[in-house]
Design a protein around this ligand. Structure first.
Ligand code: SAM
Length: 281
């Protein structure tokens, strides 16, 4: 009941939800709060990442998996992957699932943008360098895959034999890098859940960024969808109606309609509850 009230307040907008989320975040540092509470209240440092890991793990369990993989495209300094490790530990303990983490990056920062589709007016060669030695001291189990995704993805599945991918964080900035990274979806179906959580970092931004469907990550999504009949990347509509946190419009689902598990029933007790309550009162 208390969790539900906190969820309701924290999913609203204004100063009270903001303060409450801040306090819950601080309490987490002391009491190591549950991933469920942190996701319900959007109270972690990266609620977008937390939401995707947590729900990917739930989906995986419902489909009968005991392990999943999480991928970050674009690691840079590594704050994202450090968060992924920390939060996935909570999810692993709570949901009894193993989580592998893979981070792809060039190490030397952004390469030269190729054309207008890479938003030359906003991204510059050399930005977002990684300090690999420093980062490696902070991570314990994540695998860093260094090099251009157009090459490193070619041998990724053979080299790592990853558990099914349940969530992908897209932060390669450019159209060309993002469309290259979508080659991951050509991997054998055993390497994926039938539906995968995706976060796109560069689709909402400031007045200067002006992201749109004709450049950058949004164009890559459009191109992917028009080139694939049974695989689609679509916005997660159940988040966009609630509160004004930006990230809630940046979560997408990848659907592979042809995946042999796509139609596997996962309704469980949530559907049983709806079924019981739908009758005329
Ligand atoms: C904005 S940074 C990522 C930030 C990080 N996700 C975070 O949350 O802190 C973008 C990164 O994408 C990487 N990148 C861009 N194009 C790439 C490509 N084709 N292959 C591999 N990495 C690439 C760059 O090296 C850069 O470090």
């Amino acid at each position: 009941m208390i969790k539900k009230i906190l969820e309701k307040i924290c999913n609203g907008s204004g100063i009270l939800p903001y303060l409450l989320k801040y306090i819950i975040g601080k309490l987490d540092n002391i009491f190591n709060l549950s991933s469920t509470l942190l996701v319900m209240t959007n109270s972690s440092d990266r609620p977008n990442y937390a939401y995707c890991i947590y729900h990917a793990a739930i989906l995986a369990k419902k489909l009968g998996h005991n392990s999943i993989s999480i991928v970050e495209f674009g690691v840079a300094g590594g704050n994202g992957i450090v968060f992924l490790e920390k939060f996935s530990k909570k999810v692993e303990n709570e949901l009894k699932i193993k989580i592998e983490i893979y981070g792809f990056d060039l190490e030397d920062g952004l390469s030269k943008p190729k054309d207008y589709k890479d938003l030359k007016y906003w991204f510059k060669e050399g930005y977002y360098k990684m300090n690999k030695l420093k980062l490696e001291k902070k991570i314990h189990k994540s695998k860093l895959i260094i090099g251009d995704v157009s090459k490193t993805l070619n041998k990724f599945f053979d080299e790592f034999n990853p558990a099914p991918i349940g969530a992908i964080f897209h932060d390669l900035d450019f159209y060309h890098s993002t469309i290259d990274s979508f080659k991951i979806f050509n991997g054998e179906e055993k390497y994926f859940l039938p539906r995968v959580y995706n976060y796109f970092d560069d689709i909402l931004g400031s007045e200067l960024e002006m992201y749109n469907e004709f450049t950058g990550e949004l164009l890559a999504i459009e191109d992917f969808n028009s080139e694939n009949k049974f695989k689609k990347i679509v916005i997660n509509k159940n988040l966009v109606t609630s509160n004004n946190e930006k990230w809630r419009s940046q979560i997408y689902h990848f659907h592979n309609f042809a995946h042999s598990d796509y139609n596997k029933y996962i309704g469980g007790q949530e559907q049983d509850y709806l079924n019981k309550n739908i009758g005329l009162r």
